[in-house]
Design a protein around this ligand. Structure first.
Ligand code: BG6
Length: 488
């Protein structure tokens, strides 16, 4: 099968940081179908040779294990091409059409790794140039829009030119091996299903903590913020994976229908909830991993006095039969104490105590998403000193845990998120991509938060870089009698 992958934003941050390395890995692993072309598109004055040289130079900074050797790069570079385009110029789309006509590939992937404001106009131009054929697949990066209205407008334009099954809305968290394992845990094993509900679960915590700051994306991030960058998409998609009903099969729409139901069941924000169940934070200077780092407002590209949030913590509820009353605590932030994404399922305590155990609710399932990919099951057991117990009756129980590390267990390098998702697009598998209605529902739910913040009600609370966010985040969860897992 031949393919052309047209990478709009071909010299941009995403193309460089995620897409080229992923395409190279797919090439190295032999999973990229032979006979493909990757056509970088941008406004820079480059030709094929200069583009290849640029990519070669950029690979020099990549960790050794993921860096091509010169011979490998030459073979990979033979796939790379470049087309200079201004996305507002119909003549440039005509040139793209000519370039694609050179070989008439079976599949043409248009990957819009550009600012979302260009999604609508670029699609209109593609259609005007007759490039929306049945062979076309379109990949849209997140965030898709800035709010519900802009998201709808983009989706309307895009769906005006392509069928829904040609549109691949990417959320790279869905491509992570650890997230595949979450699905496998829930839908490939029967033992957790009877426990996966309000009768047995006290609360669920989802943390996506990053130790990095905004890197070189200060200007983009400053107009985006953590709610749009992480919560509206990655965190809510993970929430769906945790809370959804088992799909009837593994087909894309069966999975997406179930995720949509979760999003529709999210309890809408009330004025009281916006005050009590939502924390907005912004990092100040501090130390991360032993190194001094600047505060958010000192980062390049960030407006002085910016009120953009770099941290969000919130309490959500899913108003359905399975989850009514179970709090779902979500938090994400930059410059936190460590890079750590995990889901913690806290089970209810034993209903009747026969042991002198101080630990209520000691059963906990921790699903590590990154950097570790694994599972921990926390239990109580009789401690080592059971001689005492035999003389004095039951002793306090001690916490122990079963620990499964998938990387160690499987011992092979797993396919990375972007690599997997890019191959899915080329092969036409939609399972791990987000449908328009899911995305709209997610925007609908976060919209009142944006509105609340716009009205100046809740300026971000400062937190020192290297901490776990503002203390209000711990206070929010403590009001329900719980604490975040690292405080437990
Ligand atoms: C991206 C966000 O979608 O996800 C970034 O725009 C964030 O701000 C990144 O750093 C996190 O992804 P990962 O895979 O490194 O956890």
């Amino acid at each position: 099968m031949s393919f052309d992958l047209v990478l709009f934003g071909g010299t941009g941050d995403l193309a460089w940081r995620k897409l080229m390395p992923a395409l190279f890995q797919a090439f190295r692993h032999g999973s990229l179908p032979a006979g493909g072309r990757i056509i970088g598109v941008a406004r820079d004055a480059l030709d094929d040779a200069a583009y290849r040289e640029l990519i070669r130079a950029r690979f020099e900074g990549v960790e050794l294990a993921k860096r091509p050797n010169p011979e490998e790069f030459d073979r990979f570079a033979a796939l790379l091409h470049y087309l200079r385009m201004d996305l507002s110029q119909p003549a440039d789309f005509a040139r793209l059409r000519e370039r694609l006509a050179e070989r008439d590939a079976d599949t043409v992937v248009m990957y819009l790794a550009t600012a979302p404001a260009l999604f609508g106009p670029a699609c209109e131009q593609l259609a005007a140039a007759g490039l929306n054929t049945p062979r076309t697949r379109l990949v849209l990066e997140k965030p898709l829009g800035h709010d519900l209205a802009s998201n709808r407008a983009i989706n309307e334009t895009v769906r005006g030119v392509l069928a829904e099954n040609q549109i691949f809305r990417i959320d790279h968290y869905l491509g992570k091996p650890s997230v595949q394992n979450l699905f496998a845990l829930r839908f490939g094993n029967a033992m957790f299903e009877p426990l996966w509900r309000r009768e047995t679960i006290a609360n669920i915590q989802l943390t996506i903590a990053e130790d990095l700051g905004v890197e070189k994306r200060g200007a983009f991030y400053d107009s985006t913020g953590a709610l749009r960058d992480m919560v509206q998409n990655h965190a809510l998609q993970l929430l769906c994976a945790i809370a959804m009903e088992p799909p009837i099969n593994a087909h894309a729409d069966a999975i997406r229908d179930e995720k949509l139901k979760v999003l529709r069941s999210l309890k809408p924000w009330s004025a009281a909830a916006l005050e009590q169940h939502l924390v907005r934070g912004q990092y100040t200077a501090g130390r991360v991993g032993g190194e001094a780092v600047p505060g958010y407002r000192e980062e390049a590209g960030v407006k002085p006095g910016s009120e953009t949030e770099t941290f969000v913590a919130l309490r959500a509820e899913i108003a359905n039969w399975r989850w009514a009353g179970v709090p779902f605590y979500l938090r994400t932030g930059k410059r936190l104490a460590q890079r750590d994404a995990r889901i913690v399922i806290n089970f209810r305590p034993a209903p009747h105590a026969i042991y002198r155990s101080p630990l209520g609710g000691a059963n906990r399932l921790v699903i590590h998403l990154q950097p570790k990919d694994g599972l921990e099951l926390h239990l109580l057991a009789e401690g080592q000193d059971n001689r005492q117990a035999s003389r004095q009756g039951p002793q306090p129980l001690a916490p122990v845990h079963l620990d499964l590390d998938f990387d160690k267990r499987f011992g092979v390098e797993r396919v990375g998120a972007y690599e997997r998702l890019l191959l899915d697009v080329i092969d036409g598998r939609l399972n791990l991509f987000v449908r328009a209605d899911e995305q709209e529902e997610a925007w609908r739910w976060v919209e009142p938060i944006l509105e609340h913040w716009r009205s100046g009600h809740a300026p971000p609370r400062p937190y020192a870089a290297g901490s776990w966010g503002p203390s209000a985040s711990s206070a929010m969860i403590a009001r329900d009698g719980y604490c975040w897992s690292e405080e437990a």
